[in-house]
Write a protein that binds this ligand. Structure first.
Ligand code: ZN
Length: 305
C-alpha cells in the first residue's frame, strides 16, 4: 500500500518590494512574520516566512522579494494559486471585514461546493480564501490547497496518487477550466491539491507574483529519506538533502514542470530565536554571520507593525 504524504509544508513565491509584501500578509491577511532571513543562495535578498504563531507546517508562505523583479504570470507547468482555509462560521464576517477595510476581492464563486473569494496581493498574485466545514472564527487557518496549472493533468495526478498517496476526491469543468481535486488522508492543514488545465492559451513567466515551488511535509529525516527513495524509484531526478536551517529539503521537478520540495517538520522556526520574538531580528545562517554588516547594508529596512 502506498504511504501518504502529510500535505503541504510551505509554499514559496517571488514578490516585488519587501515592505509592501510584509504589509499585505501581516496586516490584511493577519499572518505572522515568523522568520526574517536571507535567500541562502543569494544573501543580498530577503527570505521572508509567514505563518501561524509558531510557523506550523501547512501554514507557511515564504517570499523572495526582489525590488526590481519584473511582473510574472502563471501558466502551464507552474503552481498558480495558494488557498487559505477559512472556517464556515467566519466566512461572511471575513468578507464584511475586507469590504469595510476597502480590500478588493473577486467572488464568492463556488468550487466543489465551497465558497471561494480571491484577493490580489501587491504583486497581483491570486490569494484564494476557501470556506471549509471546520468551525471557528474568521481568521485564516493555514492552507486549504495549492493549484497546479498543467498542460496535461494525468502525469502530475499519477505522481500525486501513486507516489504521494493522494486520492481523487473531485473533478469539475467550469468555463473551459478543468480541475481535478486530490486529497491526502488526515486532518492536517493543506491536504488538498488541485491539478488544473485551461483551454485559454497562456504562457507562464516566472517573476513577481508567481509561485517558485511547493513543499510537502516529511515527519523527520528518516521519513524524508524514504520519500526520497520513492521519488527516485519513480524515475525522478531528486537533489541530495539540503540544510535549510529551519528544515531539511530535497527538490525535484514533477512531470508537468512544477518544482516540488519535501521538507522536514523539524527543527522549525524556534531553532534560532524565541517563539515570542519570531521574525523580529534578521537571522543569518552560520556561514553568513561573518558578512552580517555588509548584508544588512544591502537589505532594505523593513517595518513590521
Ligand atoms: Zn522551500
Amino acid at each position: 500500500m502506498t504511504r501518504s504524504i502529510q500535505g503541504i509544508h510551505h509554499v514559496t513565491a517571488i514578490s516585488g518590494p519587501a515592505q509592501e509584501n510584509v504589509d499585505f500578509y501581516t496586516k490584511t491577511l493577519k499572518q505572522r512574520l515568523v522568520k526574517k532571513t536571507v535567500n541562502f543562495d543569494d544573501p543580498g535578498t530577503y527570505h521572508l516566512y509567514y505563518g501561524d504563531h509558531t510557523g506550523s507546517p501547512g501554514t507557511i508562505l515564504t517570499f523572495f522579494p526582489f525590488a526590481d523583479a519584473g511582473p510574472g504570470r502563471a501558466g502551464p507547468g507552474m503552481a498558480s494559486a495558494y488557498s487559505y482555509a477559512v472556517a464556515r462560521g467566519g466566512f461572511d464576517a471575513l468578507m464584511e471585514k475586507l469590504a469595510l477595510d476597502a480590500v478588493d476581492f473577486d467572488g464568492p464563486v463556488e468550487r466543489f461546493g465551497q465558497r471561494v473569494i480571491t484577493l490580489r496581493d501587491p504583486d497581483g498574485a491570486p490569494v484564494e480564501l476557501i470556506e471549509t466545514d471546520r468551525d471557528g472564527a474568521e481568521a485564516l487557518d493555514g492552507f486549504h490547497s495549492v493549484t497546479l496549472w498543467e498542460a496535461d493533468i494525468a502525469p502530475t495526478a499519477r505522481l500525486l496518487t501513486d507516489v504521494f498517496g493522494y486520492e481523487e476526491v473531485g473533478h469539475e469543468v467550469v468555463d473551459g477550466t478543468e480541475r481535478l481535486r486530490l486529497k491526502t488522508p488526515g486532518e492536517a492543514r493543506g491536504t488538498v491539491i488541485d491539478v488544473m488545465r485551461s483551454d485559454a492559451a497562456s504562457i507562464g513567466r516566472s517573476g513577481a507574483g508567481t509561485i517558485h515551488h511547493v513543499a510537502f511535509r516529511a515527519a523527520d529525516d528518516a521519513d524524508q529519506l524514504e520519500w526520497r527513495e520513492a521519488v527516485a524509484g519513480a524515475g525522478h531526478s531528486v537533489t541530495p538533502v539540503i540544510d535549510r536551517q529551519y528544515f531539511n529539503a530535497i527538490y525535484f521537478r514533477e512531470p508537468g514542470g512544477v518544482l516540488f520540495e519535501i521538507a522536514t517538520d523539524p527543527p522549525g522556526f524556534a531553532v534560532d530565536e524565541d517563539v515570542d520574538h519570531l521574525g523580529e531580528a534578521l537571522k543569518l545562517p552560520e556561514k553568513y554571520e561573518a558578512h552580517r554588516d555588509r548584508i544588512e547594508a544591502i537589505l532594505p529596512p523593513l517595518k513590521v507593525a
